[in-house]
Design a protein around this ligand. Structure first.
Ligand code: SAM
Length: 289
């Protein structure tokens, strides 16, 4: 215990109390006089696991502080300050949030590759709200004919350029900092990603964005939406996510029927819904232009 307390620069008493708690809830286990990560902790929160969600824990440290304004948000029906406004005031929030999103993206990446059919004719990928850039990087690595443009707010893109460079893709992936509402996305997009972005927007904003996406695409192109769909009866995960959204961005999850209505009105067809496994991963909606 002394060694552990010294490693985390903490008091012996505080460390011992925390370790007892982590053992009790199954994050650590005791082996003789030593403590070790349980298999689940190793799976989810270390580099030995398939995906390391440590950035999520680091984000929780910030999210807890935001929870302090829950009562005011509930009274008012929207946050006093959105996450995006907070990121301008506190610049460390942007990269932290992007790396948290990056952990989700690492988990989701293989599902996307499996379910998204990319035609050999496709050339231009538009990644709206593309943040960390990992989805564009993965698809450009897998499909050498693709070049991508990532649109996101500057707060989300601070680490994206270096990541693209590290992947050796600077010639094929470019960044377009700005908001979706400013939209200058060109006219010949073949593949458009709208991944985990719709829940950060109102129904009206999504209806408009999907129409503008449609207008920017080549015939035969494919729009890929990733989302956590609002069901008629909300499970705990969905309900908790909606409460977090109310607090952080003042938005909500939307229903599959809403997406279908926006897509049909924008001229999309062949709409396909794929529910991912495990269900916590959300759903994909694919639609053809
Ligand atoms: C939940 S994250 C998803 C990131 C990434 N697409 C993924 O699937 O991992 C939502 C992203 O949308 C971006 N975003 C939210 N509102 C936006 C807006 N109005 N214009 C541009 N980007 C926006 C955020 O900065 C963030 O990077």
């Amino acid at each position: 215990m002394e060694e552990l307390a010294a490693r985390i620069d903490s008091s012996l008493r505080g460390t011992a109390t925390l370790v007892d708690f982590l053992v009790a809830i199954g994050y650590l286990e005791k082996e003789d006089d030593a403590f070790a990560n349980t298999a689940s902790t190793q799976r989810w929160f270390t580099s030995a696991g398939q995906v390391d969600y440590t950035p999520g824990l680091l984000w929780t440290h910030e999210a807890w502080a935001m929870m302090g304004s829950l009562a005011e948000t509930v009274r008012k029906g929207e946050p006093e300050q959105t996450l995006w406004e907070a990121m301008i005031e506190k610049p460390h929030l942007g990269p932290l949030f992007s790396s948290y999103m990056g952990a989700f993206a690492a988990d989701l990446g293989p599902d996307l590759l499996r379910h998204v059919p990319v035609s050999p004719d496709y050339r231009r990928l538009l990644d709206l709200g593309g943040s960390h850039g990992l989805h564009s990087i993965r698809f450009c690595q897998h499909y050498p004919q693709l070049a991508a443009v990532i649109v996101d707010m500057p707060s989300a893109l601070t680490e994206t350029g270096p990541e693209i460079e590290k992947a050796g893709l600077s010639q094929r992936i470019s960044l377009s900092p700005g908001t979706l509402q400013e939209h200058e996305w060109g006219e010949a997009n073949d593949l458009v990603f709208y991944l985990s972005v719709a829940h950060n927007h109102s129904a009206e904003e999504n209806r408009l964005a999907i129409r503008q996406i449609g207008d920017s695409m080549n015939p035969g192109g494919l729009l890929v939406i990733h989302e956590y769909l609002a069901e008629t009866s909300l499970d705990a995960l969905n309900a908790a996510f909606r409460l977090t959204l109310l607090l952080e961005t003042g938005t909500q999850t939307h229903r599959h029927e809403d997406y279908c209505a926006w897509l049909l009105a924008a001229g999309f067809s062949a709409i396909e819904r794929i529910d991912l496994e495990p269900r916590e991963k959300g759903s994909l909606i694919l639609a053809r232009r």
